[in-house]
Every structure is written in C-alpha cells, then in structure tokens.
Write a protein that binds this ligand. Structure first.
Ligand code: ZN
Length: 322
C-alpha cells in the first residue's frame, strides 16, 4: 500500500506536474520567439516611423490582439487608430505626419471599477533603414522595442485567458515614438477613454537583454521614487527596482512621459543595460537573451493581474509629479 502510494506520488510529480509545467514555459517561449522573429525580421526593414513597414508591424499587432481575444478600440470598430495631421518633431519643429497606433481593450467586470483603466503600452516603430554598418543597413529594433510589444502581447494573452479583471485594461502600441512620439501626441488628443480614468500606465521598453547594473532577474522602473506604483508592484511580486542610470533621464525618454505630463501615473519598465547595439543594425534577434526576456515577462504577469484587479490608485509622491 505504502509503496503504491509512493509510486503514485512519484508518478503524479514527475509524470504529470513536471511535463505540463515545462510545456507551458516552452509554449510561452515559442510565442515570444515567434512574435520577435516577425517584428524584428529583415522583412519589416526596421519598422521606420511613419513608413509602410511601420504599418505592417501595426497590422500584425492588431491581428495578434484579435487572435488573443482582445476587443478592438481603434477607429471604426478596428484596432488601428489613424494618426494624421501636423505634429511636433525633435529638430524640424512642426510637420505633416501619418502613423498608426494599435488599441485593444479588455473590459473590466466590476460595476464600480470598470471605469478605471490600466494602460499597458510599448512603441511599435523603430528607426528603419539607415547608414550601413558592416554591410547591414536594417536597424531591426529587436530590443527597442519589439521586446516591449511582445511583453504587452503576453500580458494580453495572460489576462484574456482568465476571468475578466475588475478594472478595464487598454493595450496600446504607439506609432512613431522614435521621431518624437507623434502616435502618443495624437492618442492624448483622441483618447479612447477619458485620460482621468487611466489609473496607471506601464510602458515596456527594451526588456530583451539583462542589465548588469541590477540583479539578473530584476527589471527597473523609470521614476521609481516619483510615485508609489513601483514599490506597490514590488510588494506584489514584481522584481522591480529603481532605474540604475538616472543620468540617462530615461523617465523623460519614452511615451510614458507625455502621459505623465498630463497627470497620469506613467512609468517605463526596462532592463536596458546601455548595450552598444542600441540604435544599431545589431539590435537584432540574434542578440536577444530569450531566457531573460521570458523570465522578465513572466515576472510581471502576476503584478499586472493584481493591478488590474485591485482598487489601489497609484499616486505621485509630493513634489515628484513631472
Ligand atoms: Zn524605444
């Protein structure tokens, strides 16, 4: 009897539990690799801001949201938000521009909390075709920011598989971040929900490689000491620490900043270790550390689910609102 019981236990642990856990992780890894190998492929020619290649990336992300079961929240019942008009640029001032954002929504299930929105974002463009380095002129942007886009897709997948969260979750991929955030400017002028309803924005930027300035399994949050969002996420399992590169001003260097300027608690999650492939053709799939990336995404799923189900409203700390 005892022997049988032990055999049964051994079988339960090794024949059922272990393989199914391995399969889940292998499937996550395949989803991550599959999406990265398309978005950062040479076929997309670096997803240049405002180009047809950027539109291909947007269309792919929209198609993925549909497959995952996230509802469209863009123009005319679709996922794409067409961004057209005159926009601010870094050096050239104002210019006519056309880009697209991709917007999906998972409606909250709680009568009171469903009007509160958690916004998960990444930017879908990169710098496109530029001066060749060692004969390669395609700036693939695998880390920057295909990795962030894939993270947002994986959060969508995780949330869509479960009972709808109490709060509403918006999944947004911004176009033309690299040229100054034109997609983001338009989004702020034409938000799919009132901006005051957005309780938090987490932007994901460059999580495809580990940062040696923090522990191997850690991610950092820009403006960590500006709000109580990072510490609260860390309390709920996120491996989040303060940005170890304050002199780089990363808090101001992504799409979160324009939202923060509008009052939204908006911060960027990253593990960018200032690697030399940044904005070079060598920021490609071959340089992605998939084990790190999978672990990074996995480590944020629980905390993101907690935020989407809690009634905790993050706040800027006194005098730290940008
Ligand atoms: Zn970026």
């Amino acid at each position: 009897m005892a022997t049988r019981k032990i055999l049964f236990l051994i079988c339960t642990v090794f024949c059922f539990l272990a393989p199914s856990q391995t399969q889940t992780s292998a499937r996550d890894m395949d989803q991550i690799r599959g999406a990265m190998e398309f978005l950062a492929s040479d076929a997309l020619q670096g997803r240049g801001s405002g180009t047809h290649d950027e539109l291909l990336a947007a269309t792919y992300l929209a198609s993925q949201l549909r497959q995952i079961g996230i509802e469209p929240a863009g123009d005319g019942g679709g996922y794409l938000q067409n961004v057209a008009g005159e926009f601010n640029f870094y050096r050239e001032g104002k210019k006519q521009w056309n880009t697209r954002n991709v917007i999906g929504v998972l409606h909250g299930s709680d009568a009171k909390l469903k009007d509160e929105v958690v916004l998960l974002t990444a930017h879908l463009d990169h710098v496109g075709l530029q001066t060749a380095v060692n004969g390669d002129n395609i700036y693939n942007g695998a880390d920057d920011d295909a990795s962030g886009c894939v993270a947002v897709l994986q959060f969508a997948r995780a949330l869509a598989q479960k009972q709808a969260p109490r709060r509403t979750v918006l999944f947004v991929f911004f176009g033309s971040e690299e040229t100054g955030g034109q997609g983001n400017q338009y989004f702020l002028e034409h938000p799919p929900v009132p901006l005051k309803n957005i309780v938090a924005n987490l932007e994901f930027e460059m999580i495809g490689r580990a940062d040696s300035a923090v522990k191997p399994d850690e991610l950092w949050l820009t403006g960590y000491d500006r709000s109580n969002l990072g510490p609260e996420l860390a309390k709920h399992g996120a491996k989040l620490v303060a940005d170890p590169h304050p002199r780089q001003n990363f808090f101001q260097r992504s799409d979160n900043y324009a939202l923060a300027r509008q009052g939204v608690v908006a911060q960027t999650v990253s593990s960018f270790g200032l690697h030399p492939d940044y904005h070079r053709p060598s920021d490609d799939v071959a340089h992605i550390d998939f084990a790190h990336m999978e672990q990074a995404i996995h480590s944020m799923i629980g905390p993101v689910e907690w935020l989407a189900n809690s009634d905790f409203k993050p706040e800027w700390l006194e005098g730290k609102k940008p």
